[in-house]
Every structure is written in structure tokens, then in C-alpha cells.
Design a protein around this ligand. Structure first.
Ligand code: IVH
Length: 677
């Protein structure tokens, strides 16, 4: 064994020791060594990784801590889901955001007042006050279900436990970001790579006394549930809660128009390094809460807010090699293996090169000195080559025409852009083992089956040992073999079993999303589930003849186009896909689609629009129809209940056809009246 191998072995040994003690401490609540000895182990690991840069760094020891399945906190449903934010990276993105909201609201040239706040890089939490008393405190969790971390939050002295003031709502939910100041981070012993990890680690302590040892702070930024509603705008809300004793960020302010947005962004970016807390951008929110409500949400994020990120952190390094990776849609992505380098506190050793055109365009070669950047959680990217440093030994990368599985690849033709796709894809599906493995990771992901304890790394591990090959195997795991593996114990097996059992009850929408049909993301899966309603109906797609008939009807769905229909047809015309889907179904209980607001004025009615409205955009009209229980179709058929005719340029032919079919026609005036009733 040479020196390097010895070091690698010792490194692995250290990690295993830490993992073992994590399990004793976190999962089994039965520590076998003292806190200070545990800290020594962690410190040793960090120093080791610093000293030998060739070791694959874990970024921070907290990553290892975080790998323990969390079963220590009680799960509680959020009163209102905690969504995430869409990102903007430059002026163009912000211009798009402004255009989109003003189109949705049909505001034409009228400017919309925004409120901007620093985006604190911490951990989100929500505080619930009943009659002014703090009664619940939850972590974000998966956004729908959070964890009860009330006792830990209570240790933060600045968080009001009782609100004093006038007119306190009976129910008040305050969304906030928990963080550690940069100063305090310097003072606490360096167990963590950055303040954010430290805040996360501290908040997730089982024992609140441990949380109390780390000086956590918070800023309130949002309103969750409230009764009665007393606020008119985001600025008004923050002002009032600040008077009631909540910490709010003083760098927040009202802005109007792209110019002010840009100016504010630059101003805060300039003072950013001098602030005593980490921020990674500014959040811009529509200030008026009524407008926020009109804008509503997409499946993951509100339409009324955006995170405008600061420019990414960059670093210079050398490309050691280029390899390819295969994604779940078969996309072949070139990846640069680089000399490890720290970017924004994290050691980076891989960076994406996107596709073969990008390599050609930037003339990127193996051996080149390059600049890489890393922004937020996105995969680090290669930005540019320093040609002055290129030497003769640099080597061009010849992009393989075959997938890693040996099969043929091709570039698809996009019907919507009428162009050939830049991405090359493996033509196989589950038959390609590289795709299959990625598909499995998608199946267990948060947005699909959401199986806690079965993350990407575990899927890799179980796949490599041939313990899972296709999704249905997840429900028939050989636990006897798993328990023998490094890192698994009785408790983690028990938790995994529970999580898998729980995931068997899955909504039709999530199920459709999980099987990974191309072009069917979360939003389209939702539309499809509202069309099929039950798994029985959806399963008719397995039959070639029935499928062709059903697909003809899908075109009437607003949001589903030719591309999606073709993708569904392709998916189910492959026998392997049908077999794998059926095998999976044998293990599940699929919950039929239910409309949330069954009692709305348009409850279970099929609606179509033609013509424009004076006061609202088509998108808002659609979202209102849906909020009121209606289903919006994209084409006219006998099944339609109402044709809503806007005053501006309705299609005559549609109106005539609707009359012929005896479909009820609703004028713009009537539509407004119905909505206001
Ligand atoms: S508003 C519906 N405002 O960023 C989501 N979020 O990426 C509304 N965050 O989960 C979020 N500072 O944890 C908002 N001033 C701020 C924020 C902020 C930090 C975090 C928050 C959220 C995440 C979204």
C-alpha cells in the first residue's frame, strides 16, 4: 500500500467512525463517546481534508450528520404550504418577471410596486401564535409537512414567546429565516463549514440545551396563516410585526420599475461583504397583498415573488479530464473533472459542460486552465478558458456518439422551437442501466414518492449491489442484506420500512410524475390527473387501441400540447415501460384526483375561454376558474359546460359552434358578476 492509499484508508475510517457515532447519538439517542471526543473526531476529519487536498471532501462534517434519517421530530402539516422561490440571475430575468406579473394582472404599462428584502442564507422556520402566544414552531420539511422544532426555536431569545400590542390577530403565522451572524460563527468552534450549516445543525439538535449553546438569530419575512387579516401590504405587515417585537430586516424597502430593481441589487451587493450575516440575493415581492393573492402560485413557487441572486462565486482551476454522465431522460452531459478547488466554501471537483456545442463554442480542452462558478445549489459550471495558459499537451475532447451503455444516441427535434435540441440523448429507456438508475432516483425523490432515508446515495448503493433494478423492487427490499451494509442499523431499517410503507399511498398526480414520462413535469402530471381522475382510467393508456383514442381527447386540455401527447404515446408504446409501470402499481394504493374547492361556482364544470377580458389576463381567468372548482379545456367539444366569451376579439367560429352544440355561453359581464357573487 503506498502512502496515498494509506491516507485514503484512514480518511474512510474516520468518516465511518463519525457516522457510527452519529447513529448512536441521533438515531438511537445513546451516545457512546463524550461530546468533546466526538468533536475531536470531527476536527481531525476537517484537518485531514485540508491537509490532503486530493481527498474527496465532504464540504462539511454536517453533511455527514445530515445523512441520518430524521425521525427525531414530530411531523406536523403546515397550515399553508411553505413554497420555494423562483430565481433570477440577471437583468433580463428580472425584466421577464416584471412582464409576467403585469401580463397576468393585465396591467399593461402600469408599474407594480415591489418590496425588496435581503435573502438571508439561513434555515427557514415558521412560528404560529394563537391569541398572541407562541404555540407551534416548525421547520420547512418538504414544504407540506414540517417538523416540530418549537422547543429549539424557543431558545432564540429574540423570538417573541408572547406578542404584546394592540389588535393582535387570533391566529398569526410568521415565516422567518434562522441564522448565525458571521461574528458568532467565528467564535463558535469550527465544527461547520459555513454559518448556514451551523444554524441548520443547531436547530436540529435533539436536545434544546444544545441549540441554546449556539447564538441563533432570526429575521421575519413572511405571513403564513392569519385570522383576521389585518394587513394590506408586505411593507405594512413587516412594519406592524416589527412594532410587536419581531426582528425584521432594515435593508428592506419599496421599489418600482426595473431601474430601481437594478440599483437596489447593486447597492446591496456592494455592501454585502460588510454585513454581519450571509445573504445570497434579494427577494423582490409584489407589495400589495391583494395583488399577491390574485397572482397566486405555480406548483412550487409564488408568482408574486422572485429571488434575484447575486453573481456567482468564481474560482480558477485545471481540467484533469472530461467524462460523460447520463441523466434520467437519457441526456448525455459532459462533465469536467477538475483539480479540487474551494468555491464559496465548498470543495468542487466536478463542473458541468452542458453539451457538446458548449464545449465547441468555448473551445474547452482537457488540461486547460478554466474559470468555474457556483451559484446556490446549482451544479458548478465551467465559465471560460484562459487561453493564455493553454499548453501543447491540452487535448480536445471527442464527444462520444454512443451512450455509456453502448447504445445509439440522437438529438431530438423540438416541435415548439422548430430546432434540433442541443442535448444528445440515449435512445433507450429502462434498458440502459445508467438511465434506469437515474429514473429510480427520480421515483424516490421529494416531489414523487418522497421516501425519506432513500436518497440518491442510497439508491446508488442498493443499485450497485443489485438490490434494486426497477421501481417495484423498492417495495420488496431484501432488508436482511441491507442491514449487513455499512451505515445501516436496526433503527434506520425500521425508519426506511416505515417511510416506504407510507409512500404506498400516493396521489395519482404524484404517481404520473414519478414514472418519468418525457415532458410530463409536476404541472402536466397535475393536469393529466385531473383528466383521468382514477388510476383505472389512466391504466387504459397501456392498451394500444384505447391509447390512441384517449390521446385524441388530451389535446383539449389546456397546457397539454402535441409534444406531451407524443411523449405519452412513446412511453406507453414500449413494452418495458408498461411492464415496469404495472409491476410498480401492484404495490400501490393510488388515490384518485379530488378537486380542492368542490363547492366553487364552477364546481366540476368544464369551461373554455375565447376573447380577452378588460380586467384580467387569460392566465388569471384560468386560475380563477380553477380556484372555483372548474376545469379549463383548450378545445371545444360536446363535453363543455360553458364558453366564456371575452369582449375583446372572441373567435366567432367558436361562439357559433358552441351555440350549435347548445353549450351555455357566458359574456364578460356575466363572468365578472359570477366571480363577484
Ligand atoms: S419569501 C413562498 N423572503 O428563501 C416563499 N424568503 O428560496 C416566500 N428566504 O424558503 C419566501 N430570506 O427560507 C422570503 N426575505 C426573504 C427571505 C426568504 C430568506 C428563504 C426562505 C425561503 C427561501 C426560498
Amino acid at each position: 500500500m503506498d502512502e496515498k492509499q494509506k491516507i485514503i484508508k484512514e480518511h474512510k475510517n474516520l468518516i465511518n467512525q463519525i457516522k457510527k457515532h452519529n447513529k448512536y447519538y441521533f438515531s438511537e439517542d445513546n451516545p457512546k463517546i463524550s461530546d468533546s471526543n466526538y468533536d475531536k473526531l470531527k476536527k481531525k476529519l476537517i484537518e485531514f481534508e485540508k491537509k490532503y487536498s486530493f481527498l474527496k471532501s465532504h464540504g462539511s462534517v454536517s453533511e455527514i450528520v445530515g445523512s441520518t434519517p430524521s425521525n427525531k421530530f414530530k411531523k406536523i402539516n403546515h397550515l399553508i404550504p411553505m413554497l420555494s422561490l423562483a430565481n433570477a440571475f440577471d437583468k433580463n430575468d428580472m425584466e421577464d418577471f416584471l412582464k409576467k406579473i403585469s401580463n397576468f394582472l393585465n396591467f399593461k404599462d402600469k408599474q407594480i410596486e415591489l418590496f425588496t428584502e435581503p435573502k438571508i442564507d439561513g434555515i427557514s422556520a415558521t412560528l404560529i401564535y394563537e391569541r398572541g402566544v407562541l404555540t407551534k414552531g416548525l421547520s420547512r420539511g418538504d414544504g407540506v409537512i414540517g417538523e416540530d422544532i418549537l422547543e429549539n426555536l424557543k431558545t432564540i431569545s429574540e423570538i417573541p414567546k408572547i406578542i404584546k400590542g394592540d389588535q393582535i390577530p387570533d391566529l398569526l403565522e410568521i415565516r422567518c429565516e434562522i441564522f448565525i451572524s458571521k461574528n458568532d460563527f467565528q467564535k463558535i468552534n469550527k465544527k461547520f463549514a459555513n454559518p448556514r450549516n451551523a444554524a441548520g445543525g443547531s436547530l436540529r439538535q435533539k436536545n434544546p440545551k444544545e441549540t441554546a449553546k449556539i447564538p441563533l438569530k432570526y429575521y421575519a419575512y413572511g405571513l403564513g396563516a392569519v385570522k383576521p387579516m389585518l394587513f394590506s401590504s408586505q411593507s405594512d405587515f413587516l412594519k406592524k410585526i416589527n412594532q410587536w417585537g419581531f426582528s425584521t430586516n432594515s435593508l428592506s424597502k419599496k421599489v418600482i420599475g426595473l431601474q430601481e430593481v437594478e440599483r437596489e441589487h447593486k447597492k446591496i451587493d456592494d455592501i454585502r461583504s460588510g454585513l454581519n450575516y450571509d445573504i445570497d440575493g434579494l427577494v423582490y415581492k409584489v407589495n400589495d397583498l391583494k395583488l399577491q393573492q390574485r397572482l397566486g402560485n405555480t406548483s412550487n413557487s409564488p408568482r408574486w415573488a422572485i429571488a434575484y441572486k447575486f453573481s456567482a462565486e468564481k474560482a480558477v482551476t485545471i481540467i484533469k479530464d472530461i467524462s460523460i454522465q447520463v441523466g434520467r431522460t437519457g441526456a448525455i452531459t459532459p462533465v469536467a473533472k477538475v483539480e479540487p478547488v474551494t468555491v464559496g466554501g465548498v470543495v468542487v471537483s466536478n463542473a458541468t459542460l452542458h453539451n457538446e456545442d458548449e464545449i465547441k463554442r468555448k473551445d474547452i480542452r482537457i488540461g486547460d486552465t478554466i474559470k468555474i462558478q457556483r451559484a446556490g445549489d446549482v451544479i458548478p459550471q465551467v465559465v471560460s478558458v484562459d487561453f493564455s495558459k493553454r499548453n501543447k499537451s491540452s487535448k480536445k475532447f471527442s464527444f462520444p456518439s454512443k451512450c455509456l451503455c453502448g447504445s445509439h444516441t440522437k438529438k431530438e427535434f423540438s416541435k415548439s422551437t422548430k430546432k434540433e435540441d442541443a442535448v444528445r440523448r440515449c435512445v433507450k429507456g429502462y434498458e440502459c442501466k445508467y438511465i434506469a438508475k437515474e429514473k429510480l432516483k427520480h421515483v424516490v425523490s421529494k416531489e414523487a414518492f418522497n421516501i425519506e432515508g432513500l436518497g440518491k446515495k442510497v439508491v446508488d448503493q442498493l443499485w450497485d449491489l443489485e438490490l434494486i433494478k426497477e421501481p417495484s423492487d423498492i417495495f420488496n427490499l431484501n432488508y436482511k442484506k441491507i442491514i449487513e451494509l455499512e451505515g445501516w442499523g436496526d433503527l434506520s431499517i425500521k425508519n426506511l420500512k416505515n417511510a416506504i410503507e407510507k409512500s404506498k399511498n400516493i396521489s395519482l398526480e404524484k404517481f404520473i410524475f414519478s414514472i418519468g414520462i418525457r415532458h410530463i413535469g409536476q404541472e402536466n402530471a397535475k393536469i393529466l390527473s385531473s383528466f383521468f381522475i382514477s388510476i383505472k382510467e389512466f391504466s387504459k393508456l397501456f392498451d394500444n387501441k384505447l391509447r390512441k383514442e384517449i390521446l385524441k381527447n388530451l389535446i383539449e386540455l389546456d397546457g397539454i400540447g402535441e409534444t406531451q401527447i407524443e411523449a405519452i404515446d412513446n412511453f406507453f408504446s414500449k413494452q418495458t415501460n408498461i411492464k415496469i409501470t404495472k409491476n410498480l402499481l401492484n404495490n400501490l394504493n393510488i388515490l384518485s384526483y379530488t378537486t380542492k374547492s368542490k363547492n366553487g361556482v364552477f364546481s366540476n364544470k368544464k369551461i373554455m375561454f375565447t376573447g380577452g377580458f378588460e380586467n384580467m389576463s387569460r392566465s388569471e381567468a384560468k386560475s380563477l376558474a380553477e380556484k372555483n372548482g372548474g376545469k379549463v379545456l383548450g378545445s371545444l367539444s360536446k363535453k363543455l359546460d360553458y364558453l366564456i366569451v371575452g369582449d375583446s376579439k372572441p373567435t366567432r367560429r367558436k361562439v357559433d359552434q358552441a351555440k350549435e352544440l347548445k353549450i351555455r355561453i357566458i359574456s364578460e359581464k356575466e363572468w365578472n358578476k359570477i366571480l363577484n357573487s
